[in-house]
Ligand binder design. Structure first.
Ligand code: UT7
Length: 330
């Protein structure tokens, strides 16, 4: 086994459910307006999963597209990691449900919890597993049915999120440098600013907990906003330094899709507005799926091409954040 091998992304895929919920539609759900939502977030609409669709269903759709793109069969996958904060169940893992649905019978599977940062974290773990020679091919998925965990009476949060999934197939080898060094960080002292406090072992399911709506996502929006801008900007600068590249070398920056104002603030700090990718207008914030969907759209739409250097960056509950650099090899 090589001690460190090149790891490439050989296929990507994404899926959003059919139902579209526009800002206008939300006007009849809570006291809000299309104008407020668009001017504060850049969002125009989001997709909402059907009642019978769980995170593994969305993730499997994205995974199948990624496998087609990679031109490999499901049985060639050695490892499946699903990043999600809206799993089908507490256990078993959503990754095991995906395995069954797509027929990846040779894979070992688990979920990874890093909130909205999950897809990049999962990519980092899978990359390490491949680089050290433990596995050859990994399927990494970010999949969320956020609509289940949102308080549809809280206008401060319900307008922000959407459902969807994205996937990438990682494999040893390939041309160029593939997935390069990453820069990751977390700060558990700020966990309370973005969390779903009820339903776990700290505050178990009870009538009282549900009456208090503790099973829904809670967020201090302004604080999250500030930290997101600072942490993602710093992570991008750090990861470029680590990899010995400058912003001028990068063809495309793909950040977590939480709010266009966060993305614009990062662009401004880094001076890279002309190369910043965003699709938050179409999908809103799909948490761990957001980066995965954006990467797939950027690849399929020709925004990123073979040989390009791409910088990905994320931020989420925990707090968690990170960035990595990929030399696109497809
Ligand atoms: O994935 C990572 C997690 N999430 C994020 O990164 C989100 C980070 N935060 C944000 O994107 C922004 O903070 C929000 C979009 C959530 C809010 O924007 P803001 O500019 O920070 O607004 P605010 O929370 O300071 O609220 C301003 C006003 C308030 O009214 P008052 O107190 O000034 O009278 C809110 O009650 O807007 C009101 N408001 C709304 N009005 C209409 C809050 N939500 C709504 C709404 N429609 N949906």
């Amino acid at each position: 086994m090589d001690s460190k091998r090149t790891v490439s992304i050989i296929g990507t895929g994404s899926y959003v459910p059919e139902k579209v919920l526009t800002n206008k539609d939300l006007e009849s759900v809570v006291e809000t307006s299309d104008e407020w939502i668009y001017s504060r977030t850049g969002m125009r609409e989001r997709h909402i999963a059907a009642e019978d669709q769980a995170a593994s269903d969305l993730g499997s759709e994205a995974a199948i597209k990624a496998l087609v793109d990679a031109r490999i069969g499901a049985e060639e996958i050695d490892l499946i990691i699903v990043a999600t904060l809206s799993p089908d169940m507490f256990f078993p893992s959503t990754a095991c449900f995906v395995q069954e649905k797509i027929g990846a019978k040779n894979a070992f599977c688990y979920d990874l919890g890093a909130a909205c940062s999950g897809f990049l974290y999962a990519m980092d773990v899978a990359k390490s597993q491949i680089a050290c020679g433990a596995v050859e091919t990994a399927l990494v998925i970010g999949s969320e049915k956020m609509s289940t965990f949102i308080d549809w009476e809280d206008r401060g949060t319900c307008i922000l999120f959407g459902d969807g999934a994205g996937a990438a197939v990682l494999q040893a080898g390939g041309e160029g440098r593939g997935i390069m060094e990453s820069s990751m960080g977390s700060d558990g002292s700020l966990a309370h600013l973005l969390a779903t406090p009820g339903g776990g072992s700290r505050n178990p399911i009870s009538h009282e907990m549900i009456d208090q709506k503790q099973h829904f996502l809670k967020m201090e929006g302004r604080d999250v906003f500030k930290h997101a801008v600072v942490r993602m900007s710093e992570a991008v600068l750090d990861v470029m330094e680590k990899n010995g590249i400058s912003a001028d070398d990068v063809s495309c920056f793909i950040p977590h899709q939480a709010n266009i104002r966060i993305i614009d603030a990062i662009s401004k700090r880094l001076g890279v507005a002309d190369r910043m990718f965003s699709n938050v207008d179409k999908y809103a914030n799909t948490s761990s799926a957001a980066l995965a969907i954006a990467l797939d759209e950027a690849a399929r739409g020709g925004t990123i091409k073979k040989g390009d250097l791409v910088v990905l960056t994320v931020f989420g509950g925990g707090f968690t954040w990170g960035a990595n650099v990929i030399e696109w090899g497809k």
